[in-house]
Design a protein around this ligand. Structure first.
Ligand SMILES: Nc1nc2c(ncn2[C@@H]2O[C@H](COP(=O)(O)OP(=O)(O)OP(=O)(O)O)[C@@H](O)[C@H]2O)c(=O)[nH]1
Length: 389
């Protein structure tokens, strides 16, 4: 069954494309105008039935039929050609409603005994407006429709000799008044529902952004967290593999951080971690990513960067950190780190490159701290070059 539906859709796809245009908001507007055209054809058919039954004359109904047809085709062509996009209201809801109301008021004038039923058509037009217009505009349209009917009835009582017809028209007008008041009340309700939905959507968007932030950021430093870093490294590694470029990693571990915590307190330790993040961020390029990797460990990823360049970046951060004057509870504390640099050129070498950076960092710790060690990543020749600060 589903297969048959799919085959039908594929078969009619070119026709749908020609009639409705490419998918998007414009297609919704085109479909709407085609729907109006379809409804109008029903209306024209009923007019013909009225002529056939002798309830109205061909002379009176033909201009109305042509007026409606021209309007529907005109609105469809304007929207399908994209001319509507140059207007302040591309949906053309107001002009379409106004045009249709004129047609219905005209139908009331020429329809003979069944004219009371045209009030129902007016209601259908107003229903379209409920979804496309702000509530106040919807109510204004309802008022306008009522006035149009009232004007037609006034004109009829002026031109027709039979007072019984006018009495009947006034009854129709009263019914129209009830219908339009109902529409106005619904428009208020709908406006409240729309407002609540808008509010909920804004709140959801905010909550989603907050969740995204929580899921990808380290709470203390505001840096990328370990999980998000792993994802970003995978993306970057795929990218550099395609372009045959290296990706460098620098793993930083603050020296004797436990002592800072022990001597100045945990809050001072926290502040040091934050300051390190700020200093390091100021030294890296836009495409580089710095993450809090663990307690006092930070991992820097430098796409399209070789070992030497990454090493120089780490040393720039070291120099900045040395020049930093810590204040408050952290005043006078020496702030240094040991770092390990490695690199890779392929996605499947990423884990090994992280391990290599870790080994290099431990080498820096073992050989005196406050220094950066280089280790060629997997697939590259081991450089084994030490770099004292
Ligand atoms: N203030 C603070 N301390 C943390 C945080 N995460 C981890 N730590 C502390 O960081 C310290 C790390 O200590 P160690 O692993 O012994 O390392 P270290 O003292 O820096 O010594 P080396 O790395 O050998 O130079 C521990 O005392 C942890 O409690 C944090 O978020 N805030």
């Amino acid at each position: 069954m589903a297969d048959a539906e799919d085959t039908m859709m594929v078969r009619f796809a070119p026709l749908t494309h020609v009639l409705l245009g490419p998918p998007g908001p414009q297609r919704v507007r085109v479909s709407q105008s085609l729907l109006v055209l379809a409804l109008y054809l029903g209306f024209a058919l009923v007019l013909q039935v009225e002529v056939h039954l002798g309830l109205t004359s061909e002379r009176l109904s033909l201009p109305l039929t042509l007026f409606g047809l021209m309007g529907c085709i005109g609105f469809y062509s304007t929207i399908r050609s994209g001319l509507n996009l140059r207007l302040s209201e591309p949906s053309l809801t107001r002009p379409q409603m106004f045009y249709s109301m004129v047609a219905v008021a005209w139908a009331f004038a020429v329809s003979g005994p069944p004219r009371g039923a045209t009030v129902v058509l007016m209601q259908v037009i107003l229903m379209f407006g409920l979804f496309g217009l702000p509530p106040r505009e919807g109510r204004r349209m309802a008022g306008m429709g009522f006035l149009m009917l009232a004007a037609v009835i006034a004109w009829r009582s002026w031109t027709l000799a039979d007072p019984a017809e006018t009495r009947l028209d006034l009854v129709y007008l009263m019914y129209a008044g009830i219908v339009f008041t109902g529409v106005a009340i619904i428009s208020v309700r709908l406006g409240q529902i729309r407002e609540r939905l808008r509010h909920q959507a804004a709140e959801l968007k905010l909550a989603l952004a907050r969740n995204q932030e929580l899921a990808t950021r380290d709470v203390l430093t505001g840096l990328t967290n370990r999980r998000a870093m792993l994802e970003q490294m995978a993306i970057a590694a795929r990218e550099i593999e395609r372009h045959g470029q290296p990706l460098a990693l620098v793993l930083f571990d603050l020296d004797h951080f436990k002592q800072i915590n022990d001597s100045r307190g945990h809050a001072a330790g926290d502040r040091v971690l934050q300051r390190f993040g700020e200093v390091a961020l100021a030294e890296i390029r836009a495409g580089d990513v710095l993450a809090r990797w663990g307690g006092e460990e930070f991992l820097l990823m430098l796409p399209r960067t070789g070992l030497e360049e990454a090493w120089r970046c780490a040393e720039r951060i070291r120099a900045r950190l040395a020049a930093l004057k810590l204040e408050g509870g952290q005043a006078g504390m020496p702030l240094t780190f040991s770092a390990g640099v490695s690199s890779c050129r392929r996605m499947d070498q990423l884990d090994a490159a992280i391990e290599a950076a870790d080994r290099a960092m431990y080498l820096a710790k073992a050989t005196g701290r406050n220094r950066t060690e280089l280790v060629a990543g997997p697939g590259l020749t081991e450089v084994g070059q030490g770099a004292a600060a």
